[in-house]
Design a protein around this ligand. Structure first.
Ligand code: PLP
Length: 457
């Protein structure tokens, strides 16, 4: 990977760049600390089994174009209609992102400027409702993100949050009761899609009712955008969604950022007006070439990547269950996404389990389960895992079975995490390069940023 790999190499690069042979005598002590912390972080995450479902890694190629001068620039406005100069190449890259994302998701209009999934939601919600309006949203137990709620972005916009009822048996929205709520409330818009998300929400069933009362259906695909790109998750537009919002860095393995997709021209135009000037001024332009590279990777390799993700998550869930864990959704096949959710009440609880796993270089989220009280957020009953990042690095079903045995050693057998850490590091060391990308020797690519060490990535 092009980022820092080892302390010596990085210091050598940095001192080359700064034109100094000895850092210590010339530079403040804190500079060394910053470098140490950065290198230590990289070393930790590159020797860990990273299983947080909202994260991923970019390819070296995407990272290479990300490290470019665009990160210093402003481009308020739309391509070719900017309020700033010096943007002829940025305009073209932004148009390319729109074109590639439009091909990938078979959608007419792409708004690439939100700098995160939360900003994509904020701009969309505000375009669809005035403060004082109403939104009916998926229940938090079905995985809704905080930005869909009165505690997050929806609340900040002054839009009333009305929850669809939840069905514990299907771990999903209760369709019949949700339809009644929508008919009664007649909201400006409905939100589906989630953060703890093992089974697809019933977009088609809800969209029929929503449209019959004039509501717009927003589908938040932050977690599953890469699965949709790879055709292993239902196309939300085919199911009836009017707008899709997403992050570009979870199963879609691009730079941290957001995107909004729609086929509706008037919705697109009003969202574009809320993006700028309301929610985004500088849209962090270096995201654009990296997003374009990732979109190309997904066009060419997305299906095999997404296919391996769903195979891996199923295999991981089954292996954890046969190791003795209580995995959510057993009667429904455990999972259809990249996520596997485990009830760890018998294994010390969510906070303790996540901590013990981290001590063994296995990084997961503690997470509320559908039957937890909302106040249990600091020590919930569950942990949430995602296979997408380690799949991108090449892990297959058998490798995830091996990960499940490490979970057993730590959380069921109570072995010392320090002892298990060696096994985790050893397993991780077999998966160090990004797959599902173009094989290009980056040493022959001129540095886009013009700094010597970056041309040697
Ligand atoms: C469903 C969902 N929507 C939106 C977001 C927010 O995305 P971001 O972190 O890019 O702001 C998340 C974050 O995890 C999410 O899970």
């Amino acid at each position: 990977m092009p980022c820092l790999e080892g302390k010596d190499r990085f210091i050598l690069r940095l001192s080359l760049y700064l034109g100094a042979s000895s850092m210590a005598s010339v530079f403040p002590q804190e500079l060394g600390r910053v470098i140490d912390l950065t290198v230590e972080h990289n070393t930790l995450r590159r020797s860990s089994l990273n299983l947080i479902p909202s994260e991923n890694v970019m390819s070296p190629l995407a990272e290479a174009v990300y490290m470019c001068d665009m990160m210093h620039r402003y481009a308020e406005g739309r391509p070719r209609k900017r309020l700033y100069q010096g943007l002829r190449y940025v305009d073209e890259v932004e148009e390319l992102v729109m074109d590639l994302m439009s091909r990938l998701f078979r959608v007419k209009y792409v708004e690439p400027r939100p700098i995160s999934g939360t900003i994509a939601n904020a701009a969309t919600f505000r375009a669809l409702s005035q403060p004082g309006g109403k939104a009916v949203v998926a229940p938090v137990q079905a995985g809704a993100h905080v930005s869909h709620t009165r505690f997050g972005t929806l609340g900040a916009l002054g839009i009333e949050h009305i929850e669809m009822p939840f069905d514990m048996e299907s771990i999903n929205i209760d369709v019949d009761r949700a339809r009644k709520v929508i008919e009664e409330v007649r909201p400006s818009f409905i939100v589906m899609g989630g953060s703890m998300y093992i089974f697809p929400h019933p977009i088609k069933e809800i969209a029929e009712t929503a449209h019959s009362v004039g509501s717009v259906v927003v589908y938040d695909a932050a977690h599953v955008l890469g699965l949709i790109a790879g055709r292993r998750w239902r196309d939300p537009f085919e199911a009836g969604a009017d707008v899709v919002t997403a992050s570009t860095h979870k199963t879609f393995p691009g730079p941290q950022g957001g995107v909004i997709l729609t086929n509706n021209e008037s919705i697109y135009k009003s969202i574009a007006r809320t993006i700028f000037p309301w929610f985004v001024s500088n849209h962090h332009l270096h995201r654009l070439p990296a997003t374009a590279v990732t979109a190309l990777e997904m066009i060419h390799f997305g299906e095999s990547y997404a296919d391996q993700i769903v195979r891996n998550s199923r295999a991981f869930a089954e292996a954890l269950a046969s190791e003795g864990f209580k995995v959510l959704g057993e009667h429904l096949g455990y999972t259809r996404s990249h996520q596997v959710v485990i009830d760890v009440r018998n294994n010390g609880g969510g906070a303790k389990a996540a901590q013990l796993l981290e001590e063994a270089n296995i990084i997961v989220n503690k997470n509320l389960l559908p039957y937890d009280p909302p106040g249990a957020v600091r020590d919930p009953s569950g942990i949430r895992t995602g296979v997408q990042e380690m799949t991108r690095l090449g892990m297959k079903e058998d490798d995830f079975r091996e990960v499940a045995t490490l979970f057993r050693m730590i959380l069921i057998e109570g072995r010392d995490p320090a002892e298990v850490r060696k096994k985790a590091i050893d397993l991780r060391s077999r998966f160090t390069s990004v797959r599902y990308t173009f094989e290009i020797d980056l040493s022959s690519v001129p540095s886009p940023y013009g700094i010597p060490f970056l041309s040697k990535i």
